[in-house]
Design a protein around this ligand. Structure first.
Ligand code: SAJ
Length: 402
């Protein structure tokens, strides 16, 4: 059987599962996507999407119209199963693997000899073997003999998902050599980057390392921005000039680190190696403390007004997405509201509505506010200039107002 006549079942139709399922659908595979939300399933079956991501609407529509992508609440038999469910943390930053366990149990009854099971969810070291392979084995499947299990962590950047899904190199680690090879062969059918073979455990740590590395580097920028503010110098100018050194490349400060990846994954390393992971833990703490520092800045400015109106620009966790998960911007706006620091007005151009806040047009927020709190570097906000905000107090956490 040629690869493209194979059937694929994708578990989880979120930011990774849906782009992957629709891409594979347009590459000729017959794909069935599974999600626990009836609304998500209905939206996709009608050719629509429930998340904001450039060009995803076109891809999903085309995959659904060709008949190669269907969605449902239950899995179906398939040649390849891809698990792309969330791996959040719970309690004191301990990994919550219940979605991976549940997904594995759900597909177990549909698995036949010759099938390949891939875990794409970012996972703590050992998950592919100790959770996925172990559950399948307990259910009577002969992992390594006639069922192949591998980890291939997703590494796409929200906002560039469809480009990076194809162009990025992929790291593929099986629970045994044959599983690795079968999974590598599959990814090579649609990835233009290199597909790099390793073990499942190494692939797990590679992925966590990538996000911890970025977190540590953002923490450096955030720490620097707080130092610069105390010294009354512009942190972004410092960084721009320091980056003119051939071996320096500092990232950008912001109101904190959000999203379901970078703010979460480093904890998977810390929880497994608490003694050794000192720098990784500190970076997490620095980034997590940044919203409180911004909060203090807003309070200080708000004290200058009798009835301050605070215009908050952006709720999403980063530029040009609608994703609110772990968003420092959203947390800050919620805190400003609950602590009654002033009247809060909100503009979030990537959302149609929000359950807690009325979303207003940018011009209206600017006109009515005393303080402009710039939280996300969305494209429309990048056009703002000091002149257009001339009589306002501006707290620019992203350093974008010219
Ligand atoms: N951020 C800054 N300053 C920066 C860069 C980012 O404050 O210079 C903030 C963003 O505003 C955001 C957070 O960090 O709140 C994370 O944003 P991001 O763009 O760095 O990363 P994500 O979470 O969108 O995607 C990351 C990517 N990982 C790496 O770049 C190493 C992506 O490739 C992964 O696939 C993704 O995590 C994931 O799913 O794990």
């Amino acid at each position: 059987m040629s690869d493209q006549t194979k059937t694929i079942c994708v578990l989880g139709l979120g930011y990774i599962g849906l782009p992957t399922a629709s891409l594979l659908g347009t590459k000729g595979y017959r794909v069935h996507g599974v999600d626990v939300s009836p609304d998500v399933v209905a939206t996709i079956n009608s050719g629509g999407i429930h998340i904001v991501e450039p060009d995803l609407d076109i891809l999903v529509k085309s995959a659904v119209q060709s008949g190669n992508l269907t969605a449902g609440l239950e899995p179906v038999e398939a040649d390849i199963f891809i698990i792309a469910v969330p791996t959040p943390f719970k309690g004191d930053h301990e990994p919550d693997l219940s979605y991976v366990e549940q997904a594995t149990k759900t597909i177990s009854q549909f698995i036949k000899p010759g099938n390949l099971v891939i875990l794409e969810s970012t996972s703590p070291i050992g998950t592919t073997d100790e959770v996925v392979a172990t559950i399948l084995q307990q259910d009577g499947h002969k992992v390594g003999e006639d069922v192949y299990v591998a980890h291939c962590p997703e590494r796409v950047l929200p906002g560039r998902i469809l480009i990076e899904l194809v162009q990025n190199d992929r790291v593929v680690g099986g629970v045994d050599e044959e599983s690795t090879q079968v999974a590598v062969d599959f990814y090579e059918t649609f990835v233009r980057g290199e597909v790099l073979a390793t073990s499942a455990k190494t692939a797990e740590l590679v992925k966590l390392t990538e996000n911890a590395y970025r977190d540590v580097n953002i923490a450096f920028a955030n720490e620097l921005s707080m130092i610069a503010e105390t010294e009354e110098v512009n942190a972004w100018e410092v960084i721009e000039l320091a980056n003119r050194h051939p071996r320096v490349n500092i990232l950008q400060p912001g109101p904190g680190v959000g999203g379901h990846c970078i703010a979460v994954d480093p904890w998977f390393i810390v929880s497994r190696a608490p003694e050794q992971a000192k720098l990784i833990r500190t970076a997490r703490e620095v980034n997590d403390s940044k919203p409180q520092w911004v909060m203090a800045q807003v309070r200080k400015q708000a004290d200058r007004f009798k009835n301050p109106v605070i215009g908050c620009l952006g709720l999403a966790f980063k530029a040009d997405v609608d994703d609110l998960r772990e968003s420092p911007a959203l947390n800050l706006v919620q805190q400003l509201q609950s602590e009654d620091v002033g009247q809060v007005l909100v503009c979030e151009p990537n959302l149609k509505q929000h359950s807690e806040f009325e979303l207003l047009p940018l011009a209206e927020v600017i006109k009515k506010s005393d303080i402009i709190l710039l939280l996300v570097d969305h494209k429309p906000f990048k056009k703002l200039t000091a002149t257009s905000l001339n009589n306002k107090v501006v707290i620019d956490t992203r350093g974008i107002v010219k």
